[in-house]
Ligand binder design. Structure first.
Ligand SMILES: C[S@@+](CC[C@H](N)C(=O)[O-])C[C@H]1O[C@@H](n2cnc3c(N)ncnc32)[C@H](O)[C@@H]1O
Length: 251
């Protein structure tokens, strides 16, 4: 389990929100083109992080529930979605994506930015698929890093482009084992001008894309497709050749 810590959550909100902002319109357009998407405007965002994707759908009139393990990510998500929270259109809950049950049902369930690579192993991933299926009346869309994509983790990167933060990323992946690791350390500027040190170690579990499809089908998902984000409706035939694969499945 990997719930992001306090300072890292602030770094995330400062530096890593572009992904969710970029993919949200593609997911919205795909879902809006489906028959359930024309009438059901409800979204469950699993591993919602700091809530950027949630806000995109809230702005489009969706009722949104964001679920994440990290109280610190959720606290920032609540700030980012404050007007919608106050209006009762948004809800954020702290829970484990591989072990949750909700009374509500949703037209769309999503999980973005390789959040499901954060789960411990295939058992946890399939448990997540089962929980998601139990609350979904429409589509489940998520992305995973492939082994090919995780090979890029094997390096050191320094990001000193912002005055507000210094980030050092030490990644390790041997290309064959089931876990890729990255240690992210650095400093983030506090409102008082002082810098706080952060240190977060994150792993991604590497899965076989065909196994993931089989696990989805086993728990009841239908029409499972591998895709690219720009063309969620178009099936890819060689998913392991991609660095990141998007899955679209029907309840
Ligand atoms: C890479 S971030 C993605 C955040 C967001 N989906 C986005 O696109 O920006 C991964 C998120 O997964 C959360 N997370 C990790 N393991 C989790 C689990 N087992 N259940 C729920 N959330 C989890 C972390 O706290 C973090 O917010």
């Amino acid at each position: 389990m990997q719930a992001y810590g306090r300072a890292f959550a602030r770094i995330y909100n400062l530096m890593w929100t572009r992904f969710a902002n970029q993919v949200a319109p593609f997911i919205f357009d795909f879902y809006a083109s489906t028959s359930v998407g024309k009438s059901n405007k409800s979204l469950l965002d699993l591993c919602c992080g700091t809530g950027q994707l949630a806000v995109h759908f809230l702005e489009k009139g969706f009722r949104v529930t964001g679920l994440d393990l990290s109280e610190h990510m959720l606290s920032i998500a609540k700030e980012n979605a404050l007007p919608y929270l106050v209006a009762g259109q948004a809800k954020f809950i702290q829970d484990d994506a591989s072990h949750f049950a909700l009374d509500e049902r949703f037209g769309l369930v999503v999980s973005t930015f390789d959040a499901l690579n954060h789960l411990e192993n295939e058992q946890a991933l399939q448990a997540c698929f089962r929980c998601a299926h139990a609350v979904c009346d429409g589509y489940f869309i998520f992305d995973l890093n492939t082994r090919r994509g995780l090979r890029h983790w094997n390096n050191v990167e320094i990001n000193d482009r912002s005055e507000d933060a210094l980030i050092i990323n030490h990644g390790f992946y041997d290309g064959v084992s089931n876990k890729a690791w990255t240690r992210i350390t650095g400093f983030i500027r506090e409102p008082n001008g002082l810098y706080e040190r952060f240190d977060e170690t994150v792993f991604n579990t590497a899965y076989e894309m065909e196994n993931v499809r089989d696990m989805l089908i086993e728990v009841g998902w239908k029409d499972v497709q591998f895709a690219r984000i720009q063309e969620l409706g178009v099936s890819l035939s060689a998913p392991e050749q991609e660095e990141r694969v998007w899955f679209a499945a029907k309840a």
